[in-house]
Design a protein around this ligand. Sequence first.
Ligand SMILES: Cc1cc2nc3c(=O)[nH]c(=O)nc-3n(C[C@H](O)[C@H](O)[C@H](O)COP(=O)(O)O)c2cc1C
Length: 359
Amino acid sequence: MSIPALFQPMTVRGVTIPNRIWVSPLCEYSAGLDGVPTDWHLVHLGSFAIGRAGLVMAEATGINPVARISPHDVGIWNDNQVAAWKRITNFIHSQGVIAGIQLAHAGRKGSSAPGWGADYDGTSDAAHGGWQTVAPSAVPFADFDPPVALDSAGIDAVVDDWAAAARRAVTAGFDVIEIHAAHGYLLHQFLSPIANKRDDEYGGSLENRAHLARRVVRAVRGAVGESVPVFVRVSATDWTPEGIDVADVARVVSWLAEDGADHVDTSTGGIAPGIHIPTGPGYQVEFADRIKHDSEIATNAVGQITTAEQANDIVASGKADAVMLGREMMRDPHFALRASTELGYELPYWPEQYLRARS
Ligand SMILES: Cc1cc2nc3c(=O)[nH]c(=O)nc-3n(C[C@H](O)[C@H](O)[C@H](O)COP(=O)(O)O)c2cc1C
């Protein structure tokens, strides 16, 4: 039988990803205050590699200490973190799987309570490892503590930290770098007029609001060289007329492609609380499709993709080049193994230890 679309390899720059089933970044809130990934991250990410997802994307990882979403997020700003990540990428590679990392700066959504296990909401105080957050403007998210607006030296330092983190990520063995510009975090805060009230060259017009994201993509491309794929996760819409919409984001993506981005991981939302998002199976596929065709760039879809047939149809239809799965991967880290069986495809790289489980 021919290889289903979902199991076709995909080459981006110098990297060939063995199939189109990818793991979406998933914050685990499982590091200590030092931001060093732990055994949890090894087993969590390693199990997806055993399950033969083509690309395992590590969670939102702080480019510096104040870039973390919560005090228990992982980071990549020092050598201890790099060494711990290397152990993880070594294991992923041992399974023939590609390792990616999502580099992130949470901006005004930083210093938040971890996603589980905290006995408080909102901003973490110093006793819980919290910090003063930064943002394009001193406008808080929900009832979080107000951020400090970045000045131009602060913006330059963020760009430098992104480049340094990308260099460290390559040293740590990551094959793919993803820049997090979605979900209401710092780069999205600059892109959206809901969070960006600046009147300098980083605020006002869409071109100005895209200035920081463009600088970051150029800096990361410069840091990693020509053979490393650079992905960007975007929120394709704020789901409100006050924010950005898919036409704006498609324009921004075209600029980011000129700056060196290869691929768009297409999500939505997150800039402000209380905005209705009409979720449902594959609810963000239309945005991956629109950006792929308007901006002429490879994309992946993400969001409520849960079955082999649905995932294969998305890729086979040409609406997106690949799919990312988040919660379904947590329910079934071996989704790709099961999907190959369900699509009647004899996966040539099934893990030998698990061959007796192949029906
Ligand atoms: C526990 C959890 C942690 C997440 N962490 C991240 C993250 O680190 N970075 C990110 O861009 N999205 C994150 N997301 C969003 C997912 O990557 C994904 O886009 C979303 O869950 C929709 O896909 P799904 O329906 O397949 O879960 C997270 C989602 C969950 C449920």
